[in-house]
Design a protein around this ligand. Structure first.
Ligand code: HEC
Ligand code: HEC
Length: 272
């Protein structure tokens, strides 16, 4: 009897401790269950991939995994997570040759893509499907001609372009330097789909133009305007003034005028 009393307290304390760790474990298990049930990226992985995405997974493992990680969740100092970037980002990066990146640099550069022609198209579709099914994100419309052709589309697109794009890509679409050593590239070579994908995904220093900022129709008008820039060549011929608009043109006319007046004065002075 007397020996039981001292041993009783430790035992009940131990039982109490056991009880609280069981409760803690139960809470953790519940949290884990809720997380897997509701986190979209993780839940998506449980579903089998479509055949196209499965092909993309294989390509991914051969060409992208070293920088973007096993589940595309990123590798520190190598590459960002691709969960949720969507097929638009993949199409942009792979079709412009920026990805797979070949060496670490501050800004991925456009270069001749790793694949060409039909193989490029097929691999872009496969990689896009894989990243899309893995984590969701902005999706591309179908088709290759994404420009709005309705009357006035080029003019409306031009207005939108001046408000949203010209600060970085210049009025002419010629591109320009940004702060911190980055630069906005020329738009001269961009295809309709690349322009659309760039707006949807906002690569690097470029902002994302989601459908709230520019509706799909407005995007189509911007594309019509950029196409117009690409086709237009240069109305000024060889003497291209950088298309900075009325200021440079006014200045040029002014300078040409002054020089003409000076020569005329000299000529008249020389005659008399
Ligand atoms: C050598 C490392 C490297 C390899 C290989 C590589 N990437 Fe990247 N990737 C990067 C880095 C670094 C960035 C961010 C730099 C940037 O956007 O300029 C990036 C950015 C991206 C983005 C843009 C993400 C966003 O937030 O918009 C996508 C999409 C992408 N990579 C897809 C791929 C795919 C697909 C492959 C394989 C075909 C691949 N990458 C291979 C390093 C790599
Ligand atoms: C804040 C500056 C900024 C603004 C504003 C901006 N961009 Fe960009 N854009 C960039 C940068 C930087 C890149 C290069 C990203 C990279 O290399 O990863 C780029 C790349 C692009 C490309 C890819 C060109 C190619 O062939 O490689 C297109 C197309 C493009 N932008 C279109 C647009 C359009 C259309 C708008 C307006 C709706 C716009 N951008 C607004 C900075 C900007």
């Amino acid at each position: 009897m007397t020996s039981q009393t001292p041993s009783r307290r430790p035992r009940s304390r131990a039982r109490r401790r056991l009880g609280s760790s069981v409760r803690l474990l139960a809470a953790l298990a519940l949290a884990g269950f809720l997380y897997t049930a509701f986190a979209p990226g993780l839940a998506a992985q449980d579903q089998p991939l479509s055949p196209t995405a499965a092909e993309g997974e294989e390509l991914y493992q051969r060409n992208c995994i070293s920088c973007h990680g096993r589940n595309a969740d990123g590798v520190e100092d190598r590459g960002p997570s691709l969960v949720g970037v969507g097929e638009a980002a993949v199409e942009f990066q792979v079709s412009t040759g920026r990805m797979p990146m070949t060496r670490q640099e501050a800004q991925a550069q456009a270069k001749p893509p790793k694949w060409q022609g039909e193989e490029l198209e097929r691999n872009v579709a496969a990689l896009s499907a894989y990243i899309q099914e893995l984590g969701g994100g902005p999706q591309m419309p179908a088709g290759t001609d994404l420009a709005e052709s309705a009357e006035g589309a080029v003019a409306r697109g031009g207005e939108l372009y001046r408000i949203n794009c010209s600060s970085c890509h210049a009025y002419s679409g010629g591109g320009g330097a940004l702060s911190s050593g980055a630069s906005a590239p020329s738009l001269a070579e961009a295809t309709d789909r690349q322009i659309y994908a760039a707006m949807l995904s906002g690569p690097q220093n470029m902002p994302v133009f989601g459908d709230n900022q520019l509706t799909p129709e407005e995007k189509a008008e911007v594309i019509a305007f950029i196409q117009h820039l690409q086709e237009d060549g240069d109305p000024g011929g060889v003497f291209n003034l950088g298309r900075f608009g009325p200021t440079t043109e006014g200045l040029a006319i002014f300078l040409v005028g002054i020089v003409a007046v000076v020569f005329a004065t000299l000529w008249i002075a020389g005659k008399s």
